[in-house]
Design a binder for this molecule. Structure first.
Ligand code: SF4
Length: 698
């Protein structure tokens, strides 16, 4: 009813990578309702976060003035009250705060070199903001120490995709499941983490599609699955190699496709000969008959898709896990046709776009390598110099370690919360406290902002203009529904102001100018203009012509690798970095819950979401609870080699008896106090999905 609101604004949900289009209904300069809009990824649907998770923008904790750490502030620590920060910080003017922010970083640059400063950008900001952020670090400090949360999310998936198909993005939209006969969903829990995508998966199953769910935890898709393979945590490679063993052993692979579009088959086939299902069954906890049945069905289907999430990527063998999934699709010819494809479900609303925009230490925009001299020459030309450093920079966890070694002394952090999201987070917090100068740009005084020297008040997603790219490669237009509160500013404008104070000759007046510059170096944006996005709201890349839609499915006629062929890369079984023992007999798995988003800074300040899920919890199997003499609601202490947290326990048959699940959104029982910072050697992603743990009654 239009009488209920003053105006409506078409934009995009700020939470997950599905990228639902929304219609904000505004009354008296407040968002009073959010409806789903008819976007390509959501067709009017929204989940509970998209519908109810918006009152955080008006929360009293919003940062509305720039802050500078007081000279007499207590020692840095997780000790600032966001409602009353005045013991630690004083209010400053924008000029004063920007001078302090830039002055501190420039001082480190002069005294210790540009590599003494690193940047964490944000997958919650727009494409233009991500582009400007990486440009500021590269152009302003002369190196590539710039990263963002993709490192903690799908870095290993991207590493495997780049290696084996030549592109880091999905090969098909998730909506393509409509054209599939079979779909594998592995290491992903879309009912909670990509809820609108999950509605398409459920519809697929209801119309008779074979839905194969593989996950160490039971989950919401289980009741829609034709096959549920609840395998033992960390045994992904063994299970997937066993499936591929059957396909090759029984000659079920698509020989014509393998011959025409792939390389490395002979060595690959020899490698998986050792992985007979009968040998892998005990390790995986899945019987050989089930493995053979799934293999035959996937290989025999006309069109199959594979979806995966962080259950695949967040392991020290995350890249090997993704290599297996890529090989499985290639062996069966399930790439490049309608209803086929590889789809790592992206986490944040703009983690795809921020990665495309170059917010990663080894790639400039569009995954163009910093080590390629032609690429560096091109960017030096577009940016007006200097040439970018040819050495890949440090990743998120490596930056924290470099702070420990005294190599990184200053940071600029935009919209990221490493004091909650990094593994072994007590270690990360101690490192942040050690920095000589830290600039945080955010909408709340986050756990990370507790350690800042200067805090710059920024804009929430419904307050900014910019484009955003979802898991489907759909570039979408975000429009401001509200003005930012108090003196808060749009993030792109803050980064520009900071860059100018750092001596860069930046003259951008609007994000559309940034988008135009991005197009000069990013072929992925060919035929996608700002004006087109304003008119059409979303365009999928790659797009063949200014008046044609983009491609839902790619690589039908070859891959962007030398010779046009994809690669079959064998993967060995690597055990988790630590395995249960007498002191730590259980397995800790961390993850998300439907109502809360990542570190909770937004959703825990959204009334409905916080009311539904107000406090931290972990889950144990009912039999494990009984064995430990626990009741649901009791407090337990979870301990790993990194630390301990206390948290209330719930009963949940979805976890196996030797496993405890802990969501990571709750600061009072921060899951990352416990997690293992060991990294996958290729994607440099930590092993969030497996730690040896002890569970005790308190
Ligand atoms: Fe937002 Fe994702 Fe929910 Fe869509 S599915 S409304 S993008 S959180």
């Amino acid at each position: 009813d239009s009488g209920d609101f003053d105006r409506e604004v078409a934009s995009v949900c700020p939470y997950c990578g599905v990228g639902c289009q929304v219609s904000f209904k505004i009354k008296d300069e407040r968002i009073v309702r959010v409806d789903g809009a008819n976007g390509p990824a959501n067709e009017n649907r929204l989940c509970v976060k998209g519908r109810f998770g918006f009152d955080y923008v008006a929360h009293p904790h919003r940062l509305t003035v720039p802050l500078i750490r007081r000279d007499d502030a207590p020692a840095k620590g997780l000790n600032v009250d966001p409602a009353n920060p005045w013991t630690h910080f004083r209010q400053a003017t924008w000029d004063e705060a920007l001078d302090a922010a830039a002055g501190g970083l420039a001082g480190l640059r002069q005294a210790h070199g540009g590599a003494s400063v690193a940047g964490f950008g944000s997958a919650k900001c727009s494409n233009e903001e991500a582009y400007l952020f990486q440009k500021l670090i590269r152009q302003g400090f002369g190196h590539n120490n710039v990263d963002h949360c993709t490192r903690l999310c799908h870095a290993s998936s991207v590493a495997a995709l780049m290696e084996n198909v030549g592109s880091g993005a999905v090969t098909a939209t998730f909506n393509e499941i409509e054209n599939a006969d079979i779909a594998i969903v592995i290491g992903a829990n879309p009912v909670e983490n990509h809820p609108v995508a999950a509605t398409y998966f459920k519809q697929f199953a209801k119309r008779g599609g074979e839905l194969v769910v593989m996950d160490p935890r039971g989950q919401g898709l289980k009741r829609h699955a034709t096959h549920m393979l609840q395998f033992r945590p960390g045994t992904d490679v063994a299970l997937l190699n066993a499936i591929m063993h059957v396909i090759v052993e029984e000659g079920l692979h698509d020989r014509q496709y393998v011959d025409g579009f792939t390389e490395g088959f002979d060595a690959f086939a020899a490698h998986i000969r050792d992985f007979a299902p009968e040998k892998m069954a005990e390790l995986c906890g899945i019987d050989a008959d089930t493995i053979r049945t799934v293999a035959r069905k996937f290989a025999g289907a006309r069109a199959g898709m594979i979806f995966w999430g962080m259950g695949i990527s967040q392991h020290i063998h995350g890249t090997d896990n993704s290599r297996c999934l890529i090989s499985l699709a290639l062996l069966c010819g399930h790439v490049g046709r309608p209803g086929t494809g590889l789809h790592p479900l992206r986490g944040q609303n703009n983690v795809q776009g921020a990665s495309d925009a170059g917010l990663i230490p080894m790639f400039l925009p569009d995954y163009q390598s910093v080590s390629n001299v032609q690429v560096r020459d091109m960017f030096a030309g577009i940016w007006g110099g200097p040439q970018v450093d040819p050495r890949p920079g440090l990743t998120v966890v490596e930056i924290i370690d470099a702070i420990d070694r005294g190599e990184i002394r200053g940071m600029y952090i935009l919209g990221e919360n490493p004091a909650m999201s990094d593994p072994d987070v007590d270690h990360a917090r101690a490192a942040l406290a050690r920095l000589d100068h830290m600039v945080v740009q955010d909408i709340f005084l986050t756990e990370t902002a507790n350690y800042a020297d200067v805090i710059l008040p920024a804009s929430a997603w419904p307050e900014k203009t910019g484009t955003v790219t979802n898991t489907n490669r759909q570039v979408q237009m975000g429009r401001p529904a509200l003005t930012a509160p108090g003196q808060a500013r749009e993030d792109w404008a803050i980064t520009v102001a900071l860059a100018r104070r750092l001596g860069l000759d930046w003259t951008y007046d609007h994000p559309r100018e940034v988008f135009a510059e991005m197009k000069a170096s990013m072929k992925s944006l060919d035929n996608i203009t700002w004006e087109r996005l304003e008119a059409e709201d979303a365009v999928t890349y790659p797009c063949p012509a200014p008046d044609r839609p983009g491609a839902a499915v790619v690589f039908g006629d070859g891959f962007p690798r030398e010779g046009g062929r994809a690669k079959l890369t064998p993967a060995q079984v690597t055990p988790p970095a630590e395995v249960p023992d007498a002191d730590y007999p259980m397995i800790l798995i961390t993850g998300r819950v439907l109502e809360h988003w990542h570190t909770g800074s937004m959703t825990r300040r959204s009334g409905v979401l916080d009311a539904v899920e107000p406090q931290a919890f972990c889950t144990l199997h009912p039999r494990t609870l009984r064995a430990k003499g626990l009741q649901p609601g009791d407090l337990v202490r979870l301990t790993t080699r990194r630390g301990s947290v206390e948290v209330a326990v719930r009963a949940d048959r979805a976890v196996s008896e030797d496993t405890v699940f802990l969501p990571f959104a709750f600061v009072e029982s921060a899951a990352n106090v416990l997690t293992n910072p060991q990294l996958d050697p290729f994607g440099k992603i930590p092993e969030f999905k497996f730690a040896a743990a002890r569970v005790e009654p308190v």
